[in-house]
Ligand binder design. Structure first.
Ligand code: NAG
Ligand code: NAG
Ligand code: NAG
Length: 169
């Protein structure tokens, strides 16, 4: 059969592979502070959240999830972050479980809206970079394990399809 030439098959599988890879792009939800949640840092550790954030890689459309009790979370301007000024937040939530989508590149500034908490270190800068093609390669770097497992699934599906196709064509 002319249609089952190697070139045709190759093109078909490249197309399938590309569409699978595209549909499996994953966004990651980071739980702020991990198991500690969003709290006044214990022991005057005012760098707690910026240390936490600097160890992670945030890309556009990832989310940060804040879990807290009797507290709140605000997204504010850099100036209001520096001054712990909670008067005019861009975003405010106090429902105890807040998911904030990082919808653009660049820094986001978060503070607690509860009086005195920001001053004691309950604040954080999250720096967001654009989604790169090398996500999979850097999956081991931290936080993006979903990307790595997706890659494994994609490769497995690819070989299963290749195997089935050897019967079909
Ligand atoms: C936290 O800092 C304040 C003043 O900066 C100090 O009085 C207090 O002892 C410190 N607490 C701890 C647990 O280090
Ligand atoms: C907070 O910021 C607003 C305007 O940006 C300003 O009017 C207000 O005085 C500030 N409050 C404090 C406590 O700095
Ligand atoms: C990000 O979300 C905020 C709040 O929903 C919105 O005001 C802003 O326009 C969005 N930015 C982009 C680039 O989508």
């Amino acid at each position: 059969m002319a249609s089952s030439s190697i070139a045709t098959r190759l093109a078909l599988f490249l197309a399938i592979f590309a569409s699978l890879q595209h549909s499996c792009v994953s966004y990651y939800e980071f739980q702020v502070g991990d198991n500690d949640g969003w709290v006044v840092p214990p022991g005057n550790d005012s760098k707690m959240y910026n240390d936490w954030a600097s160890k992670r890689r945030f890309t556009v459309d990832d989310s940060v999830r804040f879990k807290y009790t009797k507290d709140s979370v605000m997204e504010v301007t850099p100036t209001d972050y520096e001054r712990c000024n909670s008067s005019y937040p861009n975003f405010f939530s106090n429902n105890g479980d807040t998911i904030f989508k990082l919808n653009h590149t660049g820094p986001f500034y978060f503070i607690s809206g509860v009086s005195g908490h920001c001053e004691r270190g309950q604040r954080m800068i999250v720096k967001v970079i654009s989604q790169q093609k090398d996500d999979y390669a850097s999956a081991a770097g931290g936080g993006r394990s979903i990307g790595a497992s997706n890659l494994v699934v994609i490769v497995l599906i690819y070989f299963v399809l290749l195997y089935l196709a050897s019967y079909l064509f």
